[in-house]
Design a protein around this ligand. Structure first.
Ligand SMILES: [Zn+2]
Length: 691
């Protein structure tokens, strides 16, 4: 048998309900498939670029969008596995192939003959007979080439190629270092004294983490968010909280093999050079060209509207924490490792609300069913579990998605549990993108990092976990509901500050009373979440928003400042962070949500570089957008849902985002619903009165 027959990556998986060959694929299959995929793609590009016929939309733009099918199929599988179920062999492949694959992509975007054809068509775009989607694809592809440097001189292109390749290597190192620091850390809890204050579910999860590491009879807190955050929230042991918090905040900043400071410094310098080559003053200016916000000034305006009221609110919150500590006879200054702990106590006192009390009403399986039910009521799709299909890990559940007419829409993989082979955080990704031109339906995955209940028990979620589940599912729907012709415009391939709208708006349904009444049922008794607890949950949802907004906006401001430097060479990211936080007046009791040495959004790839603000930008859109359902008087209002489906969830990148939003909402977005949602509108007013 030839290699291509024995290697499952050489077979297609294009049929609607066919998944990638998870059971058959082994790490050694990837290198030959990458080689063959790159060669096939190169040949296709050469044919398009060398075509003797004059350029047309079909023979150039559509052909380009169709090219590289095998490579993209194999790459999507590879990058997904590297994130969700990695191994030393996959990590080695990643280090070896990420620069080579980046170089391949880069070569295509710097191909003069190909760009000449695209540029010629772009010059004729107003006179060509194109559908709106074709016109949009032409403009999109032209901009992709321009941003990649197609217009530059040969020497500038060569340098840019080196930069892109080096950045790919550095990004991989950066995320591998963070993962090493997160899973390598163990706070071992051996006695009841060590466990003081921790609710049963956290004790169980910490024992499970110890068990996974082959340690019995103890409990372990790692730096995985799903363990360390509950620990900081509940542990009565101030000394251990301080230890855990300091380890958590120092991820990527521990001298030695996993230190990320040098990597971050080099990334910043290379990005700046990249921006300058493109004719921009700073990387922030360059990155914002392709965003809905457009300019760093527009971003600054948004962040500043939130920063002052958030800080004012956070200081009020701090005073309440200090008062509570005093009432317990504890004469302390609130430190960053105290905030979550005392906030939980204030929350409990003020709302008589205990996070642990709602968890029994949020079993994972029921909450997933709730997300499916909302999608069905809004968009008419059904999720049918396919237990006959296997994914890459036994914990992954596979669903087939069908529309109201029973036609296949997508496949959905639901991968919810933390494990040592999965990177941290929560994300949506795709194994296959929807495209009518390619005849493909999407295969979408949602990854979460929930702590798994022991064998035979149900996993119960916190309210925050439920929000995360719905958030990623919203991204998932953006991929699954896509109805476009061209892959470049499919699903989540939209501008970076628009991409969080479908995910964030979907979070609203998780905490709709009607949804909770129907789905938030006790995992043992099936009893609904009691009305009083539900009221308090909703009230408590507005609690601590000053802290959360400060924690987030500080990161967004530091991100913009890091990337707005005109001379970033030699940046000491830790010192820079410190001086920037001093400049904006960061309350000393609050830590950044992500510090530069482990800020994966910024350094594990460039997608969110000078772009961490996008969550808040999208929140302006989601809060204002959800108000359309509130105004209609029904969270499942059919006409509003139909517009949301048409102009947002199914449209991919076929529409200009501002125009898409306007078509859905009937007007431009306003910022007040976002501030109101965070309970900051009155803080804003108070602030204005003081000024
Ligand atoms: Zn998101």
């Amino acid at each position: 048998m030839t290699e291509s027959h024995a290697n499952p990556l050489f077979r297609e998986w294009n049929a609607p309900d066919v998944l990638p060959p998870f059971a058959d694929v082994r790490p050694e299959h990837f290198a030959p498939a990458f080689e063959a995929g790159v060669a096939a793609h190169d040949a296709e590009i050469a044919a398009i670029a060398g075509n003797s016929a004059a350029p047309t939309f079909d023979n150039t733009i559509a052909a380009f969008d169709r090219s590289g099918r095998m490579l993209s199929r194999v790459e999507l599988l590879f990058w997904n596995l590297a994130a969700s179920e990695t191994s030393p062999a996959l990590q080695a492949l990643e280090r070896n192939w990420s620069p080579r694959l980046a170089a391949h992509a880069n070569r295509i975007y710097l191909d003069d003959a190909l760009f000449a054809r695209i540029d010629a068509l772009h010059g004729q775009r107003t006179t060509l007979t194109l559908t709106p989607e074709e016109r949009r694809l032409l403009e999109r592809v032209h901009l992709d080439f321009t941003l990649a440097g197609a217009r530059l001189s040969a020497s500038a292109k060569a340098r840019l190629g080196e930069i892109v390749q080096r950045l790919a290597t550095l990004s991989t190192q950066f995320s591998q270092n963070v993962l090493a620091d997160e899973s390598g850390y163990e706070l071992v809890l051996t006695s009841e004294r060590d466990l003081a204050g921790l609710p049963d579910q956290i004790r169980t999860a910490a024992r499970e983490a110890a068990h996974e590491r082959g340690k019995e009879g103890v409990a372990i807190i790692t730096l995985s968010r799903s363990l360390v955050v509950p620990f900081l929230t509940f542990s009565d042991r101030r000394d251990l909280r301080e230890q855990a918090f300091n380890a958590w905040r120092r991820r990527g900043e521990n001298d030695g093999a996993h230190d990320n400071r040098g990597i971050a410094r080099e990334i910043l310098a290379l990005r700046h050079e990249q921006a300058v080559i493109h004719g921009h003053r700073t990387y922030a200016d360059y990155a914002l060209v392709d965003r809905m916000a457009g300019t760093p000034a527009a971003v600054a305006q948004l962040l500043e509207q939130a920063w002052a009221p958030a800080k004012a609110r956070a200081l009020q919150e701090r005073d309440a924490l200090r008062a509570l500590a005093l009432s317990r006879g504890e004469q302390i200054q609130i430190e960053p490792w105290d905030w979550r702990y005392y906030a939980e106590k204030v929350r409990k006192a003020r709302y008589d609300f205990d996070e642990a009390a709602v968890k029994p009403y949020f079993p994972l399986d029921r909450m997933l069913a709730a997300a499916f039910d909302c999608a069905q009521r809004l968009f008419g799709i059904r999720f049918i579990e396919r237990k006959d299909l296997v994914a890459y890990h036994p914990d992954v559940r596979v669903f087939e998605v069908r529309d109201h007419a029973d036609a296949p829409v997508a496949m959905f993989l639901s991968d919810n549990f933390a494990r040592a082979t999965k990177r941290g955080g929560a994300w949506m990704s795709s194994y296959r993108n929807q495209s009518r031109a390619n005849g493909t339906l999407p295969i979408i995955v949602n990854n979460n990092n929930f702590a798994k209940a022991p064998e035979g028990e149900q996993t119960l979620l916190s309210a925050d976990d439920v929000r995360t589940l719905f958030h990623e599912f919203g991204h998932g729907l953006h991929g699954m509901l896509s109805q476009v012709n061209f892959e470049r415009l499919s699903g989540t391939h939209v501008l970076r500050d628009f991409v969080e709208l479908p995910s964030q708006i979907f979070e609203h349904w998780a905490f709709e009373r009607e949804v909770l009444k129907r789905h938030a049922l006790h995992y043992e008794t099936g009893a609904p979440l009691p009305q009083a607890l539900l009221d308090r949950l909703i009230e408590a949802g507005k609690f601590n928003k000053g802290f959360e907004t400060v924690e987030y906006v500080a990161c967004a401001l530091v991100d913009m400042a890091l990337h707005a430097q005109t001379d970033p060479a030699g940046t000491d990211v830790t010192a820079f962070e410190k001086s920037e936080l001093a400049r904006i007046g960061m309350p000393r009791e609050i830590g950044m949500r992500h510090r530069p040495p482990h800020f994966g959004h910024l350094f594990s790839g460039s997608a969110y570089a000078a772009g961490y603000y996008v969550y808040m930008w999208a929140e302006v859109l989601d809060a204002d957008g959800y108000d359309a359902f509130v105004e209609a008087g029904n969270p499942f209002d059919a006409a509003t849902a139909a517009r949301l489906h048409r102009f947002v969830y199914s449209a991919g990148g076929t529409l200009d985002p501002a125009a898409a939003y306007r078509a859905f909402r009937g007007r431009d977005p306003v910022v007040e619903p976002m501030l109101a949602k965070r309970g900051l509108l009155d803080a804003k007013a108070a602030n204005r009165a003081e000024a």
